[in-house]
Every structure is written in C-alpha cells, then in structure tokens.
Write a protein that binds this ligand. Structure first.
Ligand code: SAH
Length: 467
C-alpha cells in the first residue's frame, strides 16, 4: 500500500487554490461542499470561481503564485502558506505546480497538483457522495480513468438512501453503545439491523417506524449465539467464490483457514476478523484434526461467528463432515456453503471437460493418498474406457497408481493430465500417458497442490485449452 487514505474534516478551514481556471473551479466545488474557506491566487479568475470564493468567505489574490512573497506581510496577518490546511495547484504550468509543491513540502502543508502525480503529497480520490457516507476510490495517481470507472460501478450499486441510513445510525449510535457495551456484540446488532426491514423504512423516509423498529430490537436484544460457517473457498481463483461464501467471510468474527486457501481469498475476509491458520502440509500436521474441531467449538461457544474456510468444497476430501459432526454433538449451530471443488475448477481452467458424450459418461473422484506407502483403491472398478478418473492428493503416489492401473488392464497410452496450482496465475498443466506421466512430472518440477485427470477426455485439451 503506497498511500494511506484518510478522511479530512475541512469545515471552516482555509484552503488555497493556485489557479483560476476551470480545473481550479472543479476542485473549489468539492472543497466548498466540504465546508472549506477557499482562497485563490491567480492572475486571472473565472466568474464562477470567484463566486464560490465569496460564498465561502474566502479571498482572491490577483497575482502569480510566488512562494517568497506569499507570507504574512503580503496578505492578512494570519495568512501565510503554512496557515492553510491544504493547497491545490490547479494550473497547467508544471513549473508553477513544482514551485507550489516545493514550498508546501518545506512547510509540511498537504499539497496536490492536479494531474501531476510527482508534485502531489496527497491525491484527490474519485468520490461517491452519500453524505455522511463517502466512498473514495484511489489509484495513487496511476489511473484516474480506472478510479472513475469503479466509481461509476459503485454509484449504481450503493442506493442513495445509504446516506440517510448513515445519518439514522449516527443518531442512535450512542444509545446502542450504552445498551450493548461489547464491541463485537454491538457490531452484530448493527449488521442484523441493516439486514432487517428497518433499512427500507429509512430509505423511504419512514423515520418514526424506523425508530420504533430499532427500539424494539434493542429491547429484544439478547447475547448472540455462536455459529460456524463451513465454507468452501474454491480452488484458488478468488472469482470462483460463491456470493454466499463472500458474504459469510465478511461477517465472521474468526476465520479458521488452511493451506489451500489462497492469500488473495484471505484478502477478501473481514479485515478485522481474527485469522487462525490451521494449515496442514501432507506429512506435517500443524494443527491436528481434533485440535481444529475443538477450536471451532471453543470459538463458537464464546458467541463468535466462525468461518471455517476450506479449499475447494468442504465435503469433498475436506473432512468437513467430521468437523460439523463435532459441532452437532456440542449443540452448536452451523451452515455449510459448497465450493467449486478442485476437479471442477482445474478441469475447466485446463480445458478438459470431465464428461463428454463421445469419451466419458461417468467421472470418479479418488484420493491418491498412500497408506503405508501404497495406494489402496478398488483397481478393477477403475479400469474402464469411458470413465474419467480424478485423483486428489496424488503426486507422491502417482507413479504407483499408473503402474497399478496398467497392471489391472488399462491401456498404457491412456491420456493423463496433471494440473498444478489450478485456476491460479501459476497454473501448470503437464500432459502425458499412464506410461510416461510420472517421468514428465519429474522433469517439470511440479509444485503442490496437484490434481490428476486420467481418461480420454484429456485429449480434448488440444482444442479446448483457453488459458
Ligand atoms: N476439499 C478440496 C480438496 C481437499 S484435498 C476440494 O474440494 O478441492 C487437497 C487436494 O485437492 C490437493 O492435494 C490437490 O489434489 C487438490 N487441489 C486443491 N486445490 C487445487 C488446485 N488449485 N490445483 C490442483 N489441485 C488442487
């Protein structure tokens, strides 16, 4: 993060605009909306701008900006560059901008030069104004157009009534705080309230009814009960999350996650949620399963909303079932949110349809996990021409599995694809046959997690590969 966004209170604060043209006018409009007193220094000034200056009880100085001259003697006794909260250089003359920038930097006065990032201490973000709710979008000067595009999208998705809701909440904030002193519990109260019919009442200006609803909610309020959300995070690409997964990730108090959940997905979780890593490497269990189960129970028993975030789908080789059995026994409520399992995600992103009328009418998900160094699988059931096999956790056992399939009658030239880090930017796909895939994998320095697809459908990748 190269910039630090803040929200500045400018009511009654003197701000200086250098420049008297249209660009300065647009900035003046925003500053005036925020209640600033606007001063302008510029040899000329547009009539609209001078009007704003006067309306804010500011001053206009009809001259060129000159850092040396710009001091207390020149203007009123209390006006010098250092007395401004912020300064905006809105000229199309780079030299002037630079001059303003350097003078302000020397005095530690916040300075912005419009469309001139090197001469900015602060940038003015694109704004969505639902006062008192303000959303700002910044790109550190890299792309104002992109910021404006995002603003347009947000404009459409944030109802205009949000400002009223923020006002309403502000009015009740103190009373709610007195009644519910625990900050976590208070947050849940507000979140539940925003999800209730009260929101629509405020949007429609039915404020008496909204007051009645919040009073009722406060009277009926009870300490929240803990709950666990068992959520599938998909195979890696954050865009493969479900809407429900995202919603619960953003409302949970605690996120318990493991190795397969990508950092990009963790970024989407509620920022101030407690994050607990219980990742398991294959032979290096960092928190044993019993420990994870106990953690879930422990947090939920404290009244917390716990998001147990797992790679792929929680019920496919994810031990999700075991975790919620424990919750059931402890009498704790839970919800399960399916995710895109690695087989679906990796096959789609590798251009390999798992079924196809010409090649495979069934698909089978297996785990290639080894027990005492050898995979235990029902080999005879796996040797069919028109069936796709998908092996989870199979890199170590891959060679043995291929040998066994051939030994049980599968043809040695049956196509095989190995997908590493599927759906992520580092996705790699190695294609071979039962006979040679193990050696190809060794040559390609493949990294976990990997998924293996065995079947004639793999040959379709040549035509259907799209990334
Ligand atoms: N519940 C998960 C699977 C957990 S088992 C799901 O539904 O996807 C872990 C195995 O999943 C890994 O060893 C690997 O075989 C597979 N896997 C998960 N994510 C993967 C990815 N992005 N690319 C390749 N394989 C993946």
């Amino acid at each position: 993060m190269d910039i630090f966004p803040i929200s500045l209170k400018l009511q009654g604060q003197a701000c200086l605009l250098v420049g008297g043209g249209h660009i300065a006018y647009r900035k003046a409009l925003l500053l005036a909306k925020a209640g600033a007193i606007i001063h302008v220094v510029s040899p000329e000034i547009e009539p609209d701008l001078i009007e704003i200056v006067h309306s804010t009880h500011g001053q206009y100085h009809a001259e060129k900006f000159n850092a040396e001259k710009f001091n207390a003697e020149k203007f009123n006794a209390d006006i010098s560059l250092s007395s401004y909260r912020l300064v905006i250089a809105a000229t199309n003359d780079k030299a002037v901008n630079q001059n303003v920038f350097e003078a302000c930097e020397n005095l530690n006065v916040l300075v912005n030069s419009v469309d001139d990032p090197p001469h900015c201490r602060f940038m003015v973000p694109a704004i969505i104004d639902r006062s008192p709710l303000i959303v700002s979008v910044a790109t550190n000067g890299a792309s104002p157009v992109l910021a404006r595009q995002i603003r347009t999208q947000l404009e459409a998705s944030i109802p205009h009534g949000m400002g009223k809701l923020a006002d309403f909440s502000g009015k009740w904030r103190k009373i709610v705080k007195e009644k519910i002193s625990n900050p976590d519990e208070r947050r849940i109260f507000w979140e539940d309230l925003y999800a209730s019919p009260l929101k629509e009442q405020v949007f429609n200006d039915h404020l008496a009814e909204a007051d009645r609803l919040i009073e009722q909610a406060l009277t009926e309020w009870q300490k929240p009960k803990g709950e666990v959300y068992l959520v599938g995070a998909g195979p890696g690409d954050p865009e493969l999350l479900t809407l429900k997964a995202l919603r619960l990730m953003q409302q949970a108090d605690v996120i318990i996650y493991d190795r397969l959940v990508s950092p990009e997905i963790m970024e989407l979780c509620r920022r101030d949620a407690e994050k607990v890593y219980v990742g398991k490497a294959r032979s290096n269990h960092s928190v044993p399963q019993d420990g994870i189960n106990a953690l879930l129970v422990q947090y939920a028993a404290q009244g917390k909303r716990v998001c147990r975030l797992k790679g792929g789908d929680p019920f496919i080789f994810g031990r999700g079932g075991e975790e919620i059995q424990e919750l059931f026994e402890a009498g704790i409520g839970f919800q399960v949110v399916p995710g895109i399992t690695a087989a679906s995600g990796c096959s789609a992103y590798a251009g390999i349809p798992l079924t196809h009328r010409d090649y495979a009418q069934s698909v089978r998900f297996l785990t290639g996990h080894l027990k005492e160094g050898s995979p235990e699988l029902p080999w005879d059931e796996l040797v069919y021409e028109n069936q796709t096999l998908v092996l989870y956790m199979g890199l170590v056992g891959l060679e043995k599995i291929c040998e066994k399939l051939i030994a049980h009658g599968q043809r040695a030239n049956m196509p095989v694809a190995l997908i590493s880090k599927g759906t992520t930017p580092e996705q790699k796909v190695v294609v071979g046959t039962l006979a040679d895939i193990a050696s190809k994998v060794e040559e390609n320095h493949i990294q976990a997690p990997t998924l293996t697809i065995i079947g004639e459908v793999v040959s379709l990748r040549e035509q259907l590969q799209w990334r």
